[in-house]
Design a protein around this ligand. Sequence first.
Ligand SMILES: [Mn+2]
Length: 256
Amino acid sequence: MSDLHGSTTLFVADSHFHLVPDAAEARRVAAFVRFLELAHGVDDLVLLGDIFDFWFDYPHFRLDGYDEILGALDDVRNTGTRLHFIGGNHDIWAADYFHRRYGTDPDANARILELGGIRVLLNHGDGLLGYDWAYNTFRAIVRNRAGILLAKSLHPETLYALSTWLSGASRSATRDESEKIVTKGRRWLKQQDDAPWDLMVMGHVHHAFELVAGPRRMAALAGWFDTLGYGLLMDGRFRLLDFAETPDPLDRIPTR
Ligand SMILES: [Mn+2]
């Protein structure tokens, strides 16, 4: 990509895939795999959290599932694209596995990366806007050590059943929820006076919006539900896109 554009980064979050997808989810997985083909050869691909609804691995094995997605990520990596993994409240435990398989940073917490000359704060977003429906019990457990030790003491099938029960069904935000989220986002962004970044990209709230305050902007990804939301940062310009409407923003599919 670098020969065609200054720098190209793709962002995606909140697909909340399950180990065993139902028919509707299988279609979302198929679209996600096509999206990952878009990432072939771009500079950077940012997985911004909750790609997986549940992840747990043990020293010698991991739970069975996600193979199509993991294989598609191998293909992305093999084209030379750098992968970045920011853990969500549902999949922070995948950080170590992703580090070993894809060379991502073993620390999957929020961080600032310079992408194409722009300082981008990558933050899954749980806890940030304090919005309750998306802020479930799981976060409290997964982000602390005692929780991990407790989880490792459980039988994998028990842990899986527990997590399925705790996490419930993920969905897009309703109109009413969306308005509250954006209001909180606007308030939060105004408080970031001395922040050492230019753009903050987040997920978690399952509602796409962009805000600007002074020199700083923030963008939230839609998630991968009714809208197949993703972000594109190209030549210093960030856009929120829907993969169903814009499957080829880099004009790489030859016209017939
Ligand atoms: Mn989340």
